[in-house]
Design a binder for this molecule. Sequence first.
Ligand code: SAM
Length: 275
Amino acid sequence: MEDFFPDALLADLKNLVNKKSGILIKGLKLECLRGRAIDRCMQLSATPEEFISRLSGNQHELGNLVSGLVNQETYFFRDRAQLAAFSSLLKEVAARKGGAGDRYLKVLSAGCAAGEEPYSLNILITESGLFAGWNVNVVGVDISRFSIARAREAVYRENSVRLAQSEAPLKEKYFNRMEGGRLALKPQWKNNVSFRTGNLMDEGTFDGLANLDFIFCRNIFIYMQPQAVKTITAHFRRCISPKGCLFAGCSDLMDEVLTGFRPVRTRGGLYYRMG
Ligand SMILES: C[S@@+](CC[C@H](N)C(=O)[O-])C[C@H]1O[C@@H](n2cnc3c(N)ncnc32)[C@H](O)[C@@H]1O
């Protein structure tokens, strides 16, 4: 296999993926990259050089490759401590903005995988009862168009909905059970949520997003080099509101590169505030 995709070309491919998506590929992951690239070359009947050239101008090809290198595993209501902090902040935002007659709530879920995170946030917003009659907008972005297609479909395996035993009735409240045991999110919980395919490294991905109250970007920076995190957080700074909050994953902590964001510690969690 090394003969078909030699080390020198693998290094070119790694550098291209890194430059374009921010994802750092090293160690054993390099062999995964080679394996996925070989599979794709076979499907396309392309040489490695042709595949690399195709990748540099085709975001969907890049998204497809990246999604196989990053753990896609996620689930509804992931990291309860952070979500508890989010729910407290919702009260603050409702009072502040509602008092000023600004009834827009805008949330970005960056790297939203198959939609578990943006839908969870929308459920919490709706269940808070604080935003009835508001214009609520939750946007999910991911580089993988397969993930975005799954997010729009909103049908999940049981493992994506890990609720405590005491919360079991919520499963019936939020989902319709389908044949084969899969869970389809009920339409009312999809209201307010929209999706787009996009690379967080590209400024254009953020077109039309402004004054965001919350940005969630969890469990992605861990795969990236600091320079990529800097690029992405610069994009975030341009579209977040001056009082907005950024939630990164617990393994993503990168205080030193999150310029312009101030860490706020909560019980069992952490988020960043602008300013
Ligand atoms: C581990 S999942 C995180 C899902 C969710 N945010 C969570 O915390 O559970 C990482 C997601 O980031 C996406 N991703 C990786 N690099 C990206 C990039 N440069 N732009 C947009 N999405 C990216 C992957 O496709 C994947 O769906």
